[in-house]
Design a protein around this ligand. Structure first.
Ligand code: AMP
Length: 120
């Protein structure tokens, strides 16, 4: 899948669409999901143009990848879910029903989350 610069997260990164920001540094932006599935539901995205986890893992620089991992942990701690627990979730491609083709991790927590997968 090639990167579509018109995807909604690219537009948020360019400031064309507002977001409720949770965190930002040179390589990472995090914001609250517009349709939260739990009391804490934050999306963490790299600022670079990566479609998926495997795209980011293959093409992201060591600095970008380290920044992303460290920011995700920091955001979870600052959201107050590190003690009670939380789930990191990344949808990739059609079988996972990825809606937005810009790599992102969901941080979901603040309540008991139930089983990992729902039977379809
Ligand atoms: P995914 O299925 O993993 O691609 O999830 C995309 C997520 O982006 C969904 O949980 C949406 O609710 C969320 N989302 C879509 N548009 C926005 C937006 N403008 N601001 C914040 N979250 C959004």
């Amino acid at each position: 899948m090639s990167y579509d610069p018109q995807n909604i997260f690219a537009r948020i990164l360019r400031g064309e669409i507002p977001c409720k920001k949770a965190y930002e540094d040179a390589h990472v932006l995090a914001f609250h999901d517009i349709h939260p599935q739990a009391p804490t539901h934050v999306l963490v995205i790299p600022k670079g143009a990566y479609v998926s986890f495997d795209d980011f893992a293959a093409k992201g620089s060591d600095e970008e990848i380290a920044a992303f991992v460290r920011a995700t942990g920091k955001i979870a701690r600052e959201a107050g879910v590190a003690e009670t627990g939380y789930r990191l979730l990344a949808n990739i491609g059609p079988d996972s029903h990825q809606e937005v083709p810009h790599f992102h991790v969901h941080i979901v927590g603040g309540r008991s989350l139930g089983p990992l997968l729902v039977k379809s």
